[in-house]
Design a protein around this ligand. Sequence first.
Ligand SMILES: Nc1ncnc2c1ncn2[C@@H]1O[C@H](COP(=O)(O)OP(=O)(O)OP(=O)(O)O)[C@@H](O)[C@H]1O
Ligand SMILES: [Mg+2]
Length: 365
Amino acid sequence: MASVELQNIDKTYGSFEAIGNLNLSVDDGSFTVFVGPSGCGKSTLLRMIAGLEKITAGDLKIDGRRMNEADPIERGVAMVFQNYALYPHMTVEQNIGFSLRMAGLGKAEIQRSVAVAAATLQIEPLMKRKPAQLSGGQRQRVAIGRAIVRNPAVFLFDEPLSNLDAELRVSMRVEIAKLHRRIGATMIYVTHDQTEAMTLADKIVVMRAGKIEQTGTPDTLYADPDNLFVAGFIGSPRMNFLDGTLDPNGVVRLDCGAVFKTGLLQGEGDIPIKAGIRPEHFTGRDDAGGAIDLKVDVVENLGGTRFIYGTLSSGQAVIIEDRSETIRRPGEIVTAGFPARRALLFGGDGERIRGTRPANTLPAE
Ligand SMILES: Nc1ncnc2c1ncn2[C@@H]1O[C@H](COP(=O)(O)OP(=O)(O)OP(=O)(O)O)[C@@H](O)[C@H]1O
Ligand SMILES: [Mg+2]
């Protein structure tokens, strides 16, 4: 096991800056997830930790030791890729044991390690097959097996489940969580999948354009995002952002007509804001809360819950979750209330307005 420190890390390709002055601490034994839009630098960062990509500037420390120039093997890391990268002509057993054979280990020792990995991943019956004779999920298990036998202090996963169908993703996600609990190694994991990020992570790192926008526990990022980008990125369906103004007494007036009171005092007259309200937070208004009227466009019925996709009189699209008994029809006007504390306010610069309400706290339900 090992901690990973990234200190003032830069990565440039020619004149293009892929990563700019990035700082991050990954705790020993923790599960850290990188998320962010395509091209923001997630894979680049992972590859630099793995030793597959040169670090332009800054320090990479693994367990306190500077590793910028160390060989991938020396670093004690193992990487699992999205496209399994198995050797097609080798059996499962040979694929898993390959790195150990390269390292010159004895036959018995290799067999023992491979058997442990196979048992952990429940792929013992597949050991004599070739990759072409495996399903996607089985291939991904083999790829993880190849990492396990190296007994790395740090596992690096780059979208390992993206090629799998929905059901397999869920079961493999649970397998990876169990694996982390069982072996306790540090894991750094890149994904596009909200649910994977929220369920697997001790800490989520939200990246944009080579920089970190915010790091925190899944709960912190969900309930207390620092800016519009993080608020919009975490959560599915996405948070609604409604335009309006905030007056010096903390009263918000939304363009769609809703008015509600917040504890956010600011002394600059009316300022333009966006109020961020998640679909699931239209649970009825409290004393200070507000309400919006929306025309129903589409109702998505998921069985246990429904999402109403609607439009405000201003023309803005909104999504609300509806757990009521009544099923709404397209064209209907629905009034949806929300408690004031559920509206997060963002200023014109996209930064969260926290004012007098202490950060990281939500008053009790
Ligand atoms: N070898 C390279 N030469 C030049 N630019 C590169 C190279 N590798 C990556 N880049 C650029 O660096 C940026 C970050 O790429 P990276 O692969 O890390 O993105 P990512 O966050 O993993 O995206 P995705 O979610 O699509 O996998 C991109 O703009 C990419 O085009
Ligand atoms: Mg990538």
